[in-house]
Ligand binder design. Structure first.
Ligand SMILES: C[S@@+](CC[C@H](N)C(=O)[O-])C[C@H]1O[C@@H](n2cnc3c(N)ncnc32)[C@H](O)[C@@H]1O
Length: 250
């Protein structure tokens, strides 16, 4: 992932987010560190679909700054393991939540086959060129019968607007074929529910404002903002949609 805009978005901003949370307080950590546009309703859908239960080992592939995994640990008592290739994001997750973090690419997960009870991969597939390699590797580490929860940005129509750099959005047909080819069974899918409550979105905004106040002049900040604006325009024109998906390793 050598694209400067993605490094800015996924690494620099993750570190700045952790700095801002440390200033503002712990209650900001989970909302601010959910950076795949997940929100409590989306996370609850995934958690219920995957039947998360206390003590189970949840591998979050492309965990970013760790918000979704920390949310799952707090609400469902799972034992998360985070996997994330970006070093500053890994440090941010460790600083904010003290969770175990593996710095690695999702296509080469340094865990034993069948050693994971359940996995999440949220907002990651569209940032990865070789999506099949990533999914095959998740399939390998999951126990037979285990669930994988996905949040995927799906292309509704050919994109006529600029896409965020480094992103490749699958169509629904491509995604379905990809999941089948990599050995998963699609169980359920729904559109992202949107609309986080104000208690959540206000904290996200406060952290964003703190990051902007401190870093607005940085090149990485401008690159990350441009990525966000491109996403915003694609969603506003319905060229892409966000999907929550529950699949199982048979
Ligand atoms: C949109 S962010 C989502 C982060 C997190 N899942 C969340 O929902 O807050 C996408 C994440 O995927 C990670 N990523 C990109 N390529 C990856 C790969 N090949 N393997 C694992 N993670 C990857 C990025 O570094 C980034 O942290």
């Amino acid at each position: 992932m050598a694209v400067a805009a993605m490094i800015a978005e996924f690494d620099d901003v993750a570190g700045w987010t952790a700095d801002a949370v440390e200033q503002l307080g712990d209650r900001y950590a989970i909302p601010a560190a959910c950076r795949g546009s997940s929100n409590p309703s989306a996370l609850a859908w995934l958690a219920e679909a995957c039947e998360l239960s206390a003590g189970s080992r949840l591998l979050d592939v492309g965990a970013g700054a760790g918000g979704p995994a920390a949310w799952a640990a707090e609400r469902f008592g799972v034992r998360p393991v985070l996997l994330e290739p970006m070093q500053t994001a890994c440090r941010a997750a460790a600083r904010l939540f003290g969770l175990p973090v593996i710095t690695a690419d999702g296509a080469r997960i340094p865990l034993r086959a069948g050693s994971v009870d359940v996995a999440w991969c949220l907002g990651v597939l569209c940032t990865v060129e070789d999506k099949a390699a990533l999914l095959r590797e998740i399939h390998r580490v999951l126990m037979p019968g285990a669930s994988l929860g996905l949040l995927v940005v799906v292309a509704r129509s050919p994109q006529t607007l600029p896409v965020p750099e480094g992103n490749h959005f699958p169509t629904q047909e491509e995604l379905g074929a990809l999941l089948t080819r990599t050995g998963f069974k699609l169980l359920e899918q729904t559109s992202w529910p949107g609309g986080a409550p104000l208690s959540w979105s206000r904290r996200v905004e406060q952290v964003r404002a703190a990051v902007a106040a401190r870093h607005h002049a940085a090149r990485a900040y401008a690159l990350a903002v441009r990525q966000g604006e491109r996403f915003g325009r694609l969603f506003a024109t319905e060229q892409v949609s966000m999907q929550l998906i529950h699949v199982r390793r048979p």
